[in-house]
Design a protein around this ligand. Structure first.
Ligand code: ZN
Length: 179
């Protein structure tokens, strides 16, 4: 399905391989006919999910959700950064969400190095320190507890009662709640 990569030494007039984005656009065009119709901007489950960007986490399948059900806020690690809090405040104050699920997972990229190792690696590559933290952690449950604590102490949020965290096991597809 995907185009062959040019081999080293291949003739320079070989056609440029199509990019993945080109492939996506072609698929999007064919799927437009299946559009099920417009939905409300208010998430029907009144739920926001904060999750890691990891490509193995299919949030809609894991939780049996559909388009229109929930806000989904993702970043590396699924950490409650300032920008995640900003999105949650807007989600609750303007779009009626009242519950928050955090989803981290086993074998996360942010567990592979320490914060200092991430920073030193980038500084070596670029020549300067990045202006933000990467949020490295060794235990996904600890990371979730820190994010839950941050959300629960954020006074701009309207609803802080139903905030729960889960770790998704990427090897077994099971989801475990963090107490
Ligand atoms: Zn991750």
């Amino acid at each position: 399905m995907s185009p062959k990569k040019p081999q080293p030494g291949a003739p320079s007039d070989a056609p440029e391989p199509a990019s993945t984005i080109d492939e996506l656009i072609a698929v999007a065009r064919t799927l437009e006919a299946d559009f099920p119709g417009p939905r409300s901007v208010i998430p029907t489950r009144h739920l926001a999910i904060v999750a890691c960007m990891d490509s193995r986490l299919d949030l809609f399948r894991i939780f049996g959700l559909h388009a229109g059900d929930a806000h989904v806020i993702r970043n590396a690690g699924g950490i409650a950064t300032d920008d995640v809090l900003r999105s949650l405040v807007l989600s609750q104050r303007f779009m009626q969400t009242r519950e928050i699920v955090l989803l981290h997972h086993t074998n996360c990229g942010l567990q592979q190095m320490t914060e200092d190792e991430f920073r030193e690696y980038i500084a070596r590559e670029v020549g300067e320190e990045p202006p933000y933290e990467f949020g490295a952690f060794s235990d996904p449950e600890d990371s979730i507890r820190r994010s839950i604590a941050r959300i629960k102490s954020h006074p701009f949020l309207a609803h802080r009662t139903h905030v729960r965290g889960f770790v998704y096991n990427v090897e077994t597809g099971t989801t475990k709640e963090v107490s």
